[in-house]
Design a protein around this ligand. Structure first.
Ligand SMILES: Nc1nc2c(ncn2[C@@H]2O[C@H](COP(=O)(O)OP(=O)(O)O)[C@@H](O)[C@H]2O)c(=O)[nH]1
Ligand SMILES: [Mg+2]
Length: 298
């Protein structure tokens, strides 16, 4: 640790699907948050810690700000608000292809209210056209909310160093709060469940990703393999049929991509067993939400 060491919480905020979790994973260098083209993939506040000699940045990823439709949605919105409250510095993220939408303006106003130092990350510049970006940068500078507006590509790593230097400069001086080896505060079983959920979200469409939860029931370390048993919850029999697929083909495909992700996480061979269960309306069921860890204070 060097003199003038800086540390603090950096909250990643923005509407769903702009790339917040992708930014987090880029900085941490491993998949601490799952990502998908489906909005509202992130359901909880997720911590990712970046440690270097001169600074320790505790990133807080959040579910996007959206209109909640059930208890799970309300919990997600509360998590997003909590991230704003906890952060020393905020990074608001927008999608450079679409420019500033009404949903982004709502986020900007929240950021303004907090009076926290804030940066704007204009993401996905790899797929945005240059002429589209200039007016966006100008409009964001004019809001007076952000000390910097940085066009980035989290997927390609473009200008991520610039974003990182600017946000570290905004952090207060302070010590390391986390062990340098600690990348996140999620438990191993939480991370396993998330990796499995990611593969199902990627393999399914429309309402299925939203009606989905995964819970890891057992992890057993054997001689050469780690055996993992997990339950996939959906809300309707039709969704169960989609997840399983014809002759079990879909579930098998999900199982094999998830297994590869899990092997990367645990660093050894994995044997994965998946069960699909129907629990109508679990997203509004307090007890199930608590069991899944979707409740405050767990
Ligand atoms: N082309 C492109 N896609 C990106 C970039 N960053 C994120 N994405 C994609 O956008 C989608 C949503 O990303 P995610 O990180 O889950 O968004 P979040 O909901 O804000 O956390 C995913 O399919 C990502 O792969 C980027 O810089 N360029
Ligand atoms: Mg996310």
């Amino acid at each position: 640790m060097s003199a003038g060491h800086r540390s603090g919480f950096v909250g990643l905020v923005g509407r769903p699907n702009v790339g917040k979790s992708t930014i987090l994973n880029f900085f941490i260098g491993e998949k601490v948050a799952i990502t998908a083209p489906t909005p509202q993939t992130t359901r909880q506040r997720i911590l990712g810690v970046l440690t270097r000699d001169d600074a320790q940045v505790a990133f807080l990823d959040s579910p996007g700000f959206h209109q909640p439709k059930h208890r799970l949605g309300r919990y997600m919105l509360e998590s997003a608000k909590a991230v704003v409250e906890e952060a020393d510095v905020l990074v608001a993220v927008i999608d450079g292809r679409t420019g500033v939408k009404d949903a982004d303006r709502i986020v900007f106003e929240r950021v303004r209210e907090t009076k926290r130092p804030a940066l704007l990350a204009i993401n996905k510049v790899d797929v945005a056209r240059k002429p589209q970006l200039l007016p966006v940068i100008e409009a964001c500078a004019k809001t007076g909310i952000f000390t910097g507006c940085i066009p980035i590509s989290a997927l390609r790593g473009t200008q991520m160093d610039v974003l990182l230097e600017q946000l570290i400069a905004l952090l207060p001086e302070g010590p390391r709060w986390y062990e340098p080896t600690q990348a996140t505060d999620q438990s191993m079983t939480q991370r396993m469940a998330e990796l499995i959920r990611e593969q199902i979200v990627l393999a399914t469409r429309e309402e299925v990703p939203h009606a989905l939860a995964v819970s890891v029931e057992a992890v057993e370390k054997r001689d050469r393999v780690t055996a993992i048993q997990a339950t996939i919850l959906v809300e309707r029999p039709g969704q169960k049929a989609i997840v399983i697929g014809r002759g079990g083909a879909q579930l098998k495909a999900i199982g094999s991509t998830a297994r590869r992700e899990l092997e990367r996480l645990v660093g050894r061979k994995v044997h994965l067993e998946l069960w699909v269960k129907v629990r109508g309306d679990w997203r509004s069921d307090d007890r199930i939400l608590r069991e899944l860890g979707y409740s405050q204070g767990t």
